[in-house]
Structure formats: C-alpha cells, structure tokens
Design a protein. Structure first.
Length: 163
C-alpha cells in the first residue's frame, strides 16, 4: 500500500509599498519629507530588496537619502530616490526617506516603481501628492483656533504681553 503524505509549499507573498509627503503642503523651495514604507507580510526575510522612485518633472530631492532596511543602501540624486540590497524583515517593514521640494507652485503627484527582492515583486508602486503653494499663508490666532476646532482639535492657547 502507498501512503499519501501531503506536502505543502510555503507561499511567498509580494511586499507592499506606500509613500507619503510630510507635510503634504509646502511653500516654494520648502522641504517635505518623503517616506517610502516597504512591508513584508511573510514569516521570513525578503533579501536583496531594490526600488527606484523617479521624481515628477519639477520635483527635486535635496540629495540626501536614508534607509532603515538592514544591509541596504539609499541613494538620492536631484530626481531619483533608490534602495539597493536591503532586507525587508519578516512580518515587518522598513523605510527609505529623503526630502523633496519644488521651485514652482503646483500639484506634484509622484509614483514609485515596484519593489524587487528574493520573493515576488510588489504589485506595482505607490503614489503620493505634494502641493506646493506660492507661500503658506500666515494665520491670526483666531483663525488658527477656528481651524483647529473645525478639524476636531482641542487645545489651550495662551497669550501674554509685557508693557
């Protein structure tokens, strides 16, 4: 008699990728931090991770880049942010960061490329939008309090003057 022994192959899922600008609204030539987060849903590390983010026309990096992906190298040129050789921890995530700015007001929607690693490639990249204004308008205390209340904020503002 033959006995059937089930063999289960581990399914390796692709990493996911998200992107954000913080703050998402800046004035001309003001810096916004770009954060790309790569998440590994698997119970084992994904190694050799790489990713490129070519910036939209008019959107530039400040030339510095950093990563929390173990063993990885982050690189920024004026129009490119990249990761090479990173490890995405099992059931965890890591980030790639830079600062971005624009000399012209506008809405800058930017998308990354896919993440490639020892597992399957991510199912596409991630997109985020940076709004660049001529300048960030100054607000009176009254307008700031009203805005905070509309947005659900609660706080205590104090003012003092000396004569």
């Amino acid at each position: 008699m033959f006995a059937l022994i089930p063999i289960f192959a581990a399914v390796v899922l692709p990493p996911t990728i998200t992107k954000s600008f913080s703050p998402p609204v800046v004035g001309i030539n003001q810096l916004s931090m770009v954060t790309i987060t790569i998440t590994n849903p698997n119970s084992s590390n994904l190694t050799g991770a790489s990713m490129n983010d070519s910036f939209t026309s008019g959107l530039l990096t400040n030339g510095t880049a950093a990563t929390t992906c173990p063993g990885g190298s982050a690189f920024a040129s004026p129009t490119l942010l990249s990761l090479a050789g990173g490890t995405i921890p099992a059931n965890g995530s890591c980030t790639v960061t830079t600062f971005a700015f624009a000399a012209t007001p506008g809405v800058y929607q930017n998308s990354t490329g896919s993440v490639f690693s020892s597992g399957p490639a991510s199912l596409g990249g991630a997109t985020a939008t940076l709004n660049v204004l001529f300048s960030i308008p100054a607000m009176s205390w009254e307008a700031l309090v009203a805005l905070a209340l509309v947005l659900g904020g609660v706080g205590l503002l104090t003012s003092s003057s000396s004569s």
